[in-house]
Write a protein of this length. Structure first.
Length: 122
């Protein structure tokens, strides 16, 4: 599974299982290779490197950052620094390589039932 496919599948999951007051967004800061001018414009607007791909805010308060990586992908130095900052602020940060790992993080952090634990429609 490519990282793009993983992002798409995780977004589908989040749309299905999260509801207000929980809010979430994808931070499309990486967006692959971009021209120098575009990168400069983003930097000037305050886009910071290393932020997780998905940010979820829930009552508690709970803040969960999810970094998605395809098989074999690794954190870079900026991502490690942001992960450390999340932990120092008592926020949650997880690296996930599959939809199932995202489901596990949601179950653990936000107490969202996993698909296998959700009640079946009658």
């Amino acid at each position: 599974m490519t990282e793009h496919e993983l992002h798409r599948d995780v977004a589908k999951l989040l749309r299905a299982v999260l509801s207000p007051p929980v809010i979430w967004t994808t931070l499309d800061a990486g967006a692959g290779k971009m021209r120098g001018r575009t990168a400069t414009q983003r930097k000037n607007r305050g886009v910071k490197p290393g932020w997780p791909d998905i940010l979820i805010i829930a009552p508690g308060p709970n803040v969960l950052g999810i970094e998605l990586k395809a098989k074999g992908g690794h954190h870079d130095a900026n991502q490690i620094a942001v992960e450390c900052a999340f932990h120092q602020c008592r926020a949650w940060y997880v690296l996930c390589r599959s939809v199932e790992e995202v489901q596990a993080a949601l179950a653990y952090v936000l107490k969202v039932p996993r698909a296998s634990e959700q009640p079946r429609a009658a």
